[in-house]
Design a binder for this molecule. Structure first.
Ligand code: KIV
Length: 277
């Protein structure tokens, strides 16, 4: 592959990840590895370590900007960080979050998603929510914009749900989430993030969908795993979430820590019950 990025690195020959290769991984039962990234240097590091997908998450509001939630993140900031990440990587697929209130209805969503693809050069956008987003997902997909759904704990709704806690614990909530997952898939979503969901429910959702699920605090049976990079490197201030793991403890440097994450996810060794609900 040609490398003419401003970041200027050696040419590499691996096939870049795409919606097609990610779908193929689910079919073959190969686990998808995903980490958040916010800048070109870490993006290049994740890429070299074999991470399949880099998520430019609006978690940047917390780990880059120091807020207590993701709500302050703007479209301009998402475009800026997405562009930085895209310049750093060669093989990894890049997903960018649509931030809080950037997709209240389908047309606004399409304008903002188009910015993430056109100006940020993302390959997919992610938005939070279930059936209420179906029309928006359909509209984006009709414009040629690939969409990743996000169910379970929805950080952009933190004030509505009263804190960062596990979702889908009772039977009614679990059934609703399973239906929401199917509705998002039917609307055209290509991937689905499941955050802080009981492992048994995430397994059921994963088995009932043709599209890959990417779990964070959702057990080992999802088709892939995502973590906030700074949690994995143990540099996020405060208490590390239960679903995360300090990969630096066993490895001692950032590249080895990311490689250990990739290796453990691929072998189905991460997450364990300790990091699941
Ligand atoms: O913003 C983010 O980092 C995310 C992940 C936690 C999935 O949405």
């Amino acid at each position: 592959m040609k490398t003419d990025t401003a970041y200027g690195r050696e040419a590499r020959s691996e096939k870049p990840q795409s919606v097609t290769t990610l779908a193929e991984m689910k079919r073959k039962g190969e686990k998808i590895t995903c980490l958040t990234g916010y800048d070109a240097s870490f993006s290049a590091l994740l890429d070299r370590a074999g991470v399949d997908v880099i998520l430019v998450g609006d978690s940047l509001g917390m780990v880059i900007q120091g807020y207590g939630s993701t709500l302050a993140v703007t479209m301009d900031q998402m475009v800026y960080h997405t562009r930085c990440v895209v310049r750093g990587r060669q093989r990894a697929f890049v997903i960018a979050d649509l931030p809080f209130m950037s997709y209240p209805e389908p047309n606004r969503a399409a304008e903002n998603a188009a910015r993430l693809l056109r100006e940020g050069e993302a390959q997919m956008v992610k938005l939070e929510g279930g059936r209420i987003r179906a029309e928006t997902v359909r509209h984006l997909v009709a414009q040629g914009i690939p969409v990743c759904g996000h169910l379970g704990l929805l950080p952009q709704s933190v004030h509505q749900i009263g804190g960062y806690r596990v979702q889908g614990k009772d039977q009614q909530a679990a059934e609703t989430m399973l239906e929401d997952a199917r509705i998002l898939q039917d609307a055209g979503a290509t991937l689905l993030v499941l955050e802080c969901v009981p492992a048994s429910l995430a397994k059921k959702i994963t088995e009932s969908l043709a599209i890959p699920t990417i779990g964070i605090g959702a057990g080992v049976d999802c088709d892939g795993q995502v973590l906030v990079l700074y949690d994995l490197l143990d540099i996020t201030p405060g208490k590390r979430p239960k679903f995360s793991k300090n990969f630096m403890a066993e490895t001692g440097d950032a590249v080895s820590a990311v490689r250990a994450f990739v290796d453990e996810v691929r072998k189905g060794r991460f997450p364990t019950e300790e990091q699941s609900f």
